[in-house]
Design a protein around this ligand. Structure first.
Ligand SMILES: Nc1ncnc2c1ncn2[C@@H]1O[C@H](COP(=O)(O)OP(=O)(O)OP(=O)(O)O)[C@@H](O)[C@H]1O
Ligand SMILES: [Mg+2]
Length: 437
């Protein structure tokens, strides 16, 4: 017979071996670095200008970053930092290369969510983040999933659970409880709310002293930061239920929204959430903080079925919040929760497969304009990327069949460009809403 003490002993044994096992099983290149991009890619795929015009401009101004030439190679290869400097300093036909970014507004927040496991959430979040960074945007990723696929893919493998969304939620519980305890009596009743006490085990974590920036990690992509996750953060679902019991008035679903509101508006352009395959405390925080909801779904009937039940359960959960937190203060995000945009994005799509085509048509019949026009195609470039997800943007095109790479990149580019248009529209909405507030 085994009880919890046996499980604890097994875990202690496993923790002792963890770092040795990690060293044995990680490939030497587990320290993630970002490759350079060739002048062909920079000109035609990133800046969308003619390659010889680009080369001519570079030659005409020796003060511009010139990239590196590989041994026996002819092309120049540029780092992301060099690409961003070129973007700031170059103009083509008098047009600057900087991306659209309305001044004085906060970053757009988009959640990639569906409770169907393996729908392609992390793949979509990773590709949109990389595509946006190559487009000149500054991105903050938030990994809400203790499977930590996105964190690992961005090169973060050694994360303490205090510095994940769990830490943000526990910190919020302490701060909100203190704020509520200090609040004067309610205007309507004249009575003060009962004082709530939190156990020392939560206060002693010291999370309330952390500053917002303490949760943010840099990555090998200089313009992509991440709030990572780790397996230990899976406990957040269990702990949050206990936290709610300690303070039933705590708006547990708004912790991340409040946290993000405290970041300076100009730090990022896009904040992208990768959600776990579940509706729970973590995904409710993601959905509540999001301006846009992107719902990836595979092209099979069962995926359609589970996407349908996902939106049903999400709708019920959001309705419950509106009923249960009638006095929730209006801030940057308020109740009832409203999204600027909701899109269904078909993933792992094969245009030559009749069943996939029929499923895509069915999605459009049912969800109309809320279906993204460009599905993400099934591609070996992603399937073969190895033990951690790697985006097609990171993979050097010389490492695989050029046609496969080009086709994959084109599919993700199209999906990203549509996503970017949706971000621009959302920015327009944010302005109207927050000026009016
Ligand atoms: N467009 C694609 N082409 C080929 N393979 C894909 C594509 N999208 C996703 N995959 C593969 O499908 C698997 C699941 O994808 P992913 O991890 O993105 O799904 P997920 O929805 O985040 O899963 P989970 O629910 O476990 O978080 C991965 O192995 C990934 O490589
Ligand atoms: Mg995932």
């Amino acid at each position: 017979m085994y009880d919890h003490t046996d499980l604890a002993a097994m875990q202690a044994q496993s923790l002792k071996m963890q770092s040795w096992i990690r060293k044995q099983t990680f490939s030497p290149e587990h320290e993630k670095t970002l490759r350079r991009f060739s002048s062909w890619e920079v000109a035609e795929l990133i800046f969308k200008v003619n390659q010889s015009t680009f080369r001519g401009k570079l030659a005409a101004d020796p003060s511009l970053p010139g990239g590196e030439v590989e041994e026996e190679g002819r092309q120049r290869w540029f780092s992301l930092e060099e690409i961003n400097e070129l973007r700031r300093r170059m103009k083509f036909s008098r047009k600057p290369l900087l991306p659209h970014r309305p001044a004085g507004k906060r970053a757009v927040r988009a959640a990639v969510a569906n409770f169907k496991g393996g729908a392609g959430k992390s793949t979509v979040a990773l590709h949109f983040a990389h595509a946006a960074a190559l487009d000149g945007y500054r991105v903050l990723l938030v990994d809400f999933d203790p499977q930590a696929t996105l964190s690992h893919s961005m090169g973060l493998t050694d994360v303490s659970e205090d510095h994940t969304v769990w830490g943000i939620m526990a910190r919020d519980l302490v701060r909100e409880t203190d704020r509520m305890n200090a609040a004067p009596a309610g205007a309507a009743t004249g009575r003060a709310a009962p004082k709530r006490t939190l156990p020392a085990s939560i206060r002693d974590l010291g999370l309330s002293e952390l500053r917002p920036g303490d949760f943010i990690h840099r990555t090998a992509w200089s313009t992509i930061d991440i709030i990572p996750s780790c397996a230990n953060a899976a406990f957040v679902e269990f702990a949050s239920a206990q936290y709610r019991h300690l303070n039933p008035e705590w708006s547990f679903f708004a912790c991340v929204a409040r946290y993000l509101d405290a970041l300076p508006d100009e730090d990022y352009d896009l904040i992208l959430f990768d959600c776990p395959p579940a509706i729970g405390y973590q995904s409710m925080n993601a959905v509540f903080a999001a301006d846009m909801l992107y719902i990836p779904s595979g092209p099979g009937y069962w995926e359609y079925d589970s996407t349908t039940s996902f939106i049903g359960q999400l709708s019920e959960a959001l309705a419950d919040l509106s009923d249960g937190f009638a006095d929730f203060p209006t801030g940057k995000v308020s109740l009832p929760k409203a999204f600027h945009d909701i899109r269904f994005l078909m993933t792992r799509y094969e245009p030559g497969n009749d069943l996939h085509v029929a499923m895509f048509d069915a999605f459009r019949k049912v969800f109309g304009d809320n279906v993204a026009e460009h599905p993400v195609e099934l591609t070996r470039a992603v399937e073969q990327s190895g033990r951690f997800l790697c985006s097609v943007y990171e993979i050097d095109y010389r490492d695989m069949t050029r046609e496969t790479w080009k086709r994959a990149r084109k599919s993700f580019d199209r999906a990203y460009e549509e996503f970017r248009d949706a971000i621009h529209l959302t920015w327009d909405g944010i302005e109207a809403e927050e000026t009016a507030a």
